[in-house]
Design a protein around this ligand. Sequence first.
Ligand SMILES: [Zn+2]
Length: 206
Amino acid sequence: MRLISVNKNYKKCSRCKKKFPATKEFFYKGGCKFGLRAECKACGDIYYKQYRKDNRDKNIKRHKEWHTKNAVHVKKYNKQYHEINREKRNENSRQRHIKKSEQEKQYRRNNRDKLLANALRYKIRKLNQMPPEADMELIQFYYTVATTLADYQVDHIKPLYKGGLHHQDNLQLLNSSLNQQKRSKWPLTPEEEIKYKGYKLGSKII
Ligand SMILES: [Zn+2]
């Protein structure tokens, strides 16, 4: 009777000296005995992690050099790749967009009370920080224009949360996405002042 032979090959790791079955479960593919590497996977991972850490700067430099040398090819390849995968990319970004807006809707549904409370607090803050000389008509005009224009919001140049006033001089119309980036940033750097410069509305001409 013949016995079915199981893999009885064991291999000693050259680093930790432990014995493991000579399979790809324990060793990476390599040029040593059984077509595997000399050290076990665990030792290899530690070693390569350290190696990558030690050679980080060198590798970055090499990578950059390669890219500068092959810039033309890379550009050509990227362009081709984008052409071929245009539909796929568009579909992916559509799916991402749908998922994100679903998540936002869900968040609004789940946090309805919280959001309403925030909105109310914001309203009260506006009223409290509106000086008596504020031109209420002009302020209202900002909000009317903002609702008419798509993608624009009324921005308090110095945020209400940083003590800014609810006053026409402190208001501007700002692109919605820029406004969301700006949030309660204050003070602004000179670059940010340019970036977040919106449109001012003047007094109504009589
Ligand atoms: Zn080992």
